[in-house]
Design a protein. Structure first.
Lengths: 606, 177
């Protein structure tokens, strides 16, 4: 029996760890605490911080004084993770690994291959996004174990959060990273749900704030991703029930993109007069742009009209070399609110075309930065699930993420959503707000994960939800192939939307012939918007609402006994484990089973 | 030996030779100072000089908040608004750095300019309280106007000194193109 429930927010830019004791009795709200993570803040200096920056630095030979990288649990770690990695990476970007998490869900490259740092000079060892994630988790585990020698993490109940929009392969990779980092079997939980649990945990009278029939929209804007989730409230034998009914598409767009856009904008005024800003100066500007955003867009009517920006001189001439500038509220408002959260109609459609300004080599950032357009599309797609036409109409809104410290962004989201509801003749949404909101936007996800860990063991309420997508395998149609064209592909529904933890679905209708001793590969598809396809349903035309994922594969080992069979007819079966992992199995008539593995090596070419 | 002889000899021996005659010294129980037998040397602790801690503090203030650059720069030629812009930023950085490593509290937590009572029966600890103005002759005062609250360090949080050369307050930086 574990002593603690540990919730880990493995974020794109920052990670956090929260925990609760398991012996809190039967109280619904276990006391959840945030773990201070020891990490190098400077060479030779350990600091305990609430967040572990998800940055990894690959130190070169003789780059640091001997012993300067020692951690309390490792005298000579091969990599630097956390604060110092981020700081040193500004000075030498060629050895810095960032945004590893975004690569786990990358559709065109293999996250198990050494890809990062992308801009590493010849001769610098590269590591895989999977390995980087492993290192962050390893840092957290080592720090925990050092602080809790009598309650090692491997003996605790651990939950790790992922974006709701992570597909099955990306969730599988997160599990794998945890396994490599020496974790026990971890439970995967979706970030917007964790944010909602955090709200429940912090709101004593939450049952009085929502009623059966309510529809709660959770918007979670992290550093690198934006996630939408809808949760319905129902009643079953007098008890409130929560069910997650829809999640948004994977949207690689977050607070960091917004801060970067503001910094790029502010940079123009300096480059008119001075030379190009160097990396360190630009980083300083980036930090100031972030602060200016929070200050100028605080939503406070008394906020100033502009904020000075100061870039100190490089070299010893710190005063003489200081560059002065400013950023106006109207400009930053225009840039961020109109650029990322424009007032749009409920039928707005995000542009598909890629915007060069938001591209970073390799990562396919969201093609349209307008979060509100993506939200409109999400609510339209979700309409079918919530039993209304047009678009799903939330009654409550819960916002999470550091970017919402800029109050004007929060206000804008309400304005946009309410304008849609008003136009359709519905009342405005109610905000779900907890008292400690502002202080905790950064930590809510880890907090909620630890709460959910308690809910799984029967303390507190649990959101039902299951699998967030419908999954299909490709079946080649038996139509005669047109010369020069591949046979049209049909899609067989193998996992219905919402398949719950601990349940399984068999598909006896369709048999596949697998050849013994040869790997068999299935094309694999998913959809976040098609939610009504029952298991076994054949989709004749694979349209835009179904996206292809990396293939899945199985290998039937050759037989050792005398009776050699060449071909084994199998049916498919899917199940979701208690820890939320999706598994697909091939089942032979005699009961033998082989697990299908996600093959990230052969991700699709762009 | 008579007291007279001993006194006489001692007087002239000290006057002309600078030492007490040995027989008189032993007679009166004096012995020559013997070199103290050397105790085994302590295990070689990291050799940190007393000044290393001060240098480390300079190093940190420079690294995190450019204090040495600022103090060593000749700013006489710059306009006030240029200095003002830089100082606003430098001040914020220095303050953050200082408070990260040192907790500073006032010695007397009271409003400056108001009357503060002192213990009139004894003179205050001069390291904590400095009396100024019409200080009574006996150094004891029943109180007076608080002119400066004073500062004292409640805690110091400095990382252990590693093997770096602390005399280098800031390394030279070379940017490779």
């Amino acid at each position: 029996m574990s002593q603690f429930i540990v919730g880990i927010d493995l974020g794109t830019t920052n990670s956090a760890l929260a925990y609760a004791s398991t012996d809190g009795g039967s109280t619904e709200s276990p006391e959840v605490r945030l773990f201070s993570i020891p990490q190098l803040a400077n060479p030779g200096e350990i600091a305990e911080l609430d967040l572990l920056p998800s940055s990894l630095y690959i130190p070169g030979p003789n780059e640091f004084v001997e012993g300067a990288l020692a951690l309390p649990w490792n005298s000579a770690p091969p990599y630097i993770t956390g604060q110092l990695a981020r700081a040193r990476g500004v000075e030498n970007a060629g050895r810095l690994v960032n945004s590893a998490k975004s690569w786990l869900s990358h559709q065109t490259s293999d996250p198990t291959q050494p890809l990062l740092p992308l801009s590493a000079p010849e001769g610098v060892e590269k590591i895989s996004p999977l390995e980087a994630s492993t290192q962050y988790l390893l840092h957290l585990r080592s720090a925990w174990d050092a602080a809790h020698p009598d309650a090692k993490l491997e003996n605790q109940s651990v939950l790790i959060t992922v974006p709701a929009s992570f597909d099955a392969a990306a969730r599988d990779l997160t599990q794998r990273a945890a396994r490599q980092a020496g974790y026990p079997e971890v439970t995967i939980i979706e970030e917007p749900q964790a944010a909602f649990y955090a709200w429940i945990a912090r709101t004593q009278n939450w049952r009085e704030q929502v009623r059966p029939g309510d529809l709660i929209l959770v918007v979670d804007i992290g550093g690198g991703t934006t996630d939408f989730t809808l949760i319905t409230v129902t009643e079953e034998s007098g008890e409130l029930q929560l069910e997650r009914v829809a999640v948004g598409e994977h949207l690689l767009l977050g607070g960091d993109n917004m801060d970067l856009a503001a910094a790029r904008f502010a940079e123009q005024q300096f480059t008119k007069t001075a030379k190009k800003l160097d990396a360190i100066q630009f980083h300083s500007l980036w930090q100031q742009a972030r602060a200016a955003k929070e200050h100028l867009l605080s939503g406070d009517p008394n906020a100033p009209d502009e904020q000075p920006l100061t870039i100190l001189g490089r070299g010893t001439g710190v005063v003489g070399g200081t560059l002065r500038g400013k950023i106006k509220r109207d400009d930053i408002r225009n840039l961020l609110l109109e650029g990322f959260f424009p007032m749009v109609e409920a039928d707005a459609v995000p542009q598909r075309q890629r915007r060069a300004a938001l591209m970073e080599v390799g990562l396919n950032y969201a093609s349209d930065p307008a979060v509100t357009k993506h939200l409109a599309q999400f609510l339209r797609n979700a309409a079918g699930n919530t039993g209304v036409g047009g678009f799903a109409r939330p009654t409550h809104l819960l916002l999470n993420g550091g970017v919402l410290q800029a109050g004007a962004i929060e206000q804008r989201l309400f304005e946009v959503l309410n304008s849609w509801l008003r136009a359709a003749g519905f009342p405005a949404v109610t905000e779900l707000r907890s008292e400690s909101k502002q202080a905790d936007l950064m930590h809510a996800v880890a907090h909620g994960a630890a709460y959910y860990g308690g809910a799984r063991t029967g303390r507190g309420v649990r959101i039902r939800g299951g699998v967030a997508r419908t999954y299909y395998v490709g079946v080649e149609s038996s139509m005669p192939a047109v010369p020069g064209l591949p046979a049209p592909m049909k899609a067989l529904t193998v996992v219905p939307f919402g398949l719950e933890e601990g349940s399984r679905v068999e598909l006896p209708q369709r048999k596949f012939a697998l050849v013994v001793g040869e790997p068999a590969e299935f094309r694999f598809f998913s959809s976040v918007s098609r939610k009504g396809d029952p298991p076994g349903a054949m989709i004749e035309e694979v349209g835009d609402d179904i996206e292809e994922l990396a293939p899945i594969e199985v290998f039937l080992p050759p037989h050792t006994d005398a009776v050699r069979e060449e071909v084994v007819p199998v049916t498919l079966e899917s199940n979701v484990t208690e820890t939320g992992m999706l598994e697909l199995w091939c089942v032979a008539a005699d009961g033998r089973r082989w697990k299908l593995e996600f093959n990230v090596r052969e991700r699709l070419a762009a | 030996m008579s007291r007279f002889s001993a006194a006489f000899r001692s007087f002239f021996s000290i006057l002309f030779s600078g030492i007490l005659p040995e027989d008189i010294a032993s007679e009166f129980g004096f012995t020559k100072a013997q070199p103290v037998p050397a105790t085994p040397p302590p295990p070689p602790a990291p050799v940190h000089k007393v000044s290393d801690g001060a240098l480390q503090m300079l190093q940190i203030l420079q690294r995190d908040s450019r204090l040495i650059d600022f103090l060593m720069e000749d700013i006489t030629g710059y306009a006030d608004d240029q200095i003002g812009a830089a100082v606003r930023s430098l001040h914020a950085d220095c303050r953050a750095t200082l408070s990260r490593h040192v907790t500073l509290n006032p010695v007397m937590d009271a409003v400056e300019g108001t009357f503060q009572k002192l213990d009139a029966t004894k003179a205050p600890d001069p390291s904590r309280i400095k009396l100024i103005g019409n200080v009574p002759a006996n150094g004891k005062a029943p109180g007076g106007t608080l002119r400066h609250r004073g500062w004292m360090v409640a805690s110091v949080n400095l990382p252990p000194l590693g093997k770096q050369d602390v005399s280098v307050v800031a390394p030279a930086e070379i940017e490779v193109e």
